[in-house]
Every structure is written in C-alpha cells, then in structure tokens.
Design a protein around this ligand. Structure first.
Ligand code: ADP
Ligand code: ADP
Length: 235
C-alpha cells in the first residue's frame, strides 16, 4: 500500500473553497509533484498533509488507515515531515547544533540523555555526506551556508530523525539555477533512499526531472493526477 492516499480531498474556509477534488498517492521511493500557480491551493494542500489544517472533504489514508490530523505533531509521529520554505533554523548557531535542534530527547536511552557534542558533529557530517553535501566544517554558523545547502540540511535532519515522507514547500523557489540544482539532486537522493517525497512547486522545469507523478492544481481544483509517462515538458 502507498504510505499516503489522498481521495477527493477538499478544504473550505467558511464559504471559500480553497481546494477540491485532489486525489493522489505518495509511495516509498517516489516523488509526487504538486504543481500550480499562486492561489492554486498548494499551501492549503501542504497544511492538510502536515497536520496544520483539517480537511473538510474526502479521505486521507496513512498506511491504509483513515486519518484527520489535528496537529503537526500527529503527522510527524507517523513519519510525515514538512520542510517549509522559511526554514526553522537559527542562523548564528553552528550547522551541527541546528541539525539537532529540539531533537535530542527523541534519541538515546532516557529522557535526560543527550548525545555528546562530538557525536552530534560526527553524525551531522556523515548524514550530510551521505546525501552528497560535503561540508568542511559543521561548526560554521548555518547562516553562512547557501540557501540550497540550508534546505539540504533541513531535509537531512528530517531523514535522520525518521521521516518516511518529506513534504517540501517550494524548496527551490527562492534559489538560483545552481542552488536549485543542488536541491533537486538532493530530492533524487531522498527518493533513492526509499523516502516518499511530496514536492510542491510552481516550476514545471524543476518538477519534471525528479517527479514520478504530477498533480496539477488550478485555482483550487485538481486537474488530475498523472504518471510521468503521460507528461511532456515544452521547452
Ligand atoms: P497557493 O499556495 O497555491 O498560492 P493557497 O492554498 O494559499 O494557494 O490558496 C488557495 C485559495 O484559497 C486562494 O484563493 C486563497 O485566497 C484561499 N485561501 C487560502 N487560505 C485561506 C484562508 N485561511 N481563508 C480564506 N481563504 C483562503
Ligand atoms: P504562499 O502562497 O506563499 O503560501 P500566501 O500569501 O498564498 O502564501 O498565503 C499565506 C497565508 O495566508 C497562508 O497560510 C494562507 O492559507 C493564508 N491565506 C491565503 N489567502 C487567504 C485568504 N483569502 N484569506 C485568509 N487567509 C489566506
């Protein structure tokens, strides 16, 4: 079974229909792209998957079980991690510290146990290297990394802490061509490692090379859910 099945999901805010008729799947080792311009309903869809908003129509199945998330924590506890565009990083803190920010108690034997600093640095370095980012120095403030590298650190952190599905909110939108390439390579790596990825973007040129399936949103409605074989990219 797919990790996530979305069936005719919709969302109303009062009288406003922000989203309707979205049907798709997220499978391990696949990238599901959600494509649409401003106002298409992308943010609304993210919030439903991330547990920040409840859906008002349709069914959301996780591992075959119907869910209505009531908090981001509920989604995270099922392995669904969201990396937002405005990353929750502290620019002046070292890369390794950001990697472990707020997460220490979930690893280790008891609630008060912390990994020692050397171990945290070692893990940060090797997790990033495993995804193809070679940092000379994990002691440097994360604010000195490029936007693309910061996205990659946030993704690596989610993977290390047990995410099965990564929801990526416009991870390339604020980046230039080269940095976007870094992030797209990273998405491909996550896919290779067997994660399910939901890649939200307005840029078909970014979605097409890494995507397995494509949901096209337009003004709050889904135009359908298409496998890659049915898509072409106009130059
Ligand atoms: P996108 O992220 O693709 O730009 P959104 O999901 O933000 O699209 O918005 C989809 C539609 O729903 C838009 O018409 C937007 O104005 C409307 N909308 C989004 N959030 C709310 C809200 N909290 N209250 C009312 N309308 C909303
Ligand atoms: P983005 O598309 O970059 O996510 P938006 O400007 O579309 O940003 O939306 C920012 C926030 O405002 C979102 O949380 C969205 O749900 C909310 N929002 C969007 N449109 C409306 C609206 N018409 N009324 C109330 N809230 C809205």
């Amino acid at each position: 079974t797919p990790i996530i099945e979305v069936k005719d999901i919709g969302k109303r805010y009062g009288n406003v229909i922000a989203l309707s008729d979205v049907t798709t799947t997220v499978k391990a080792g696949e990238v599901t792209c959600i494509l649409g311009d401003n106002g298409a309903g992308k943010s609304t869809f993210i919030k439903i998957l991330a547990g920040a908003h409840e859906h008002s129509e349709g069914t959301l199945l996780i591992d075959g079980i119907a869910r209505q998330f009531s908090s981001p924590r509920a989604a995270l506890s099922l392995g669904i991690a969201t990396v937002y565009q405005d990353l929750a990083v502290v620019p002046l803190m070292p890369v390794w510290r950001n990697f472990f920010l707020g997460s220490e108690p979930t690893k280790g034997a008891g609630p008060l146990r912390r990994l020692d600093i050397d171990a945290m640095k070692r893990i940060t370095k090797s997790e990033l290297a495993g995804m193809g980012i070679d940092l000379r120095d994990v002691d440097q403030p994360i604010g000195t990394l490029s936007g693309g590298e910061r996205q990659c650190v946030a993704i690596a952190r989610a993977v290390y802490f047990g995410a099965r599905v990564l929801i990526l909110d416009e991870p390339t939108a604020a980046l230039g061509v080269k940095q976007s390439g870094v992030v797209l390579k990273y998405i491909a790596k996550a896919r290779e490692r067997g994660l399910g990825v939901v890649f939200i973007t307005h840029n078909p040129h970014h979605a097409y090379p890494v995507g397995d399936r494509f949901v096209l949103l337009r003004r709050g409605r889904s135009m359908g859910d298409f496998p890659k074989a049915e898509m072409t990219l106009d130059e």
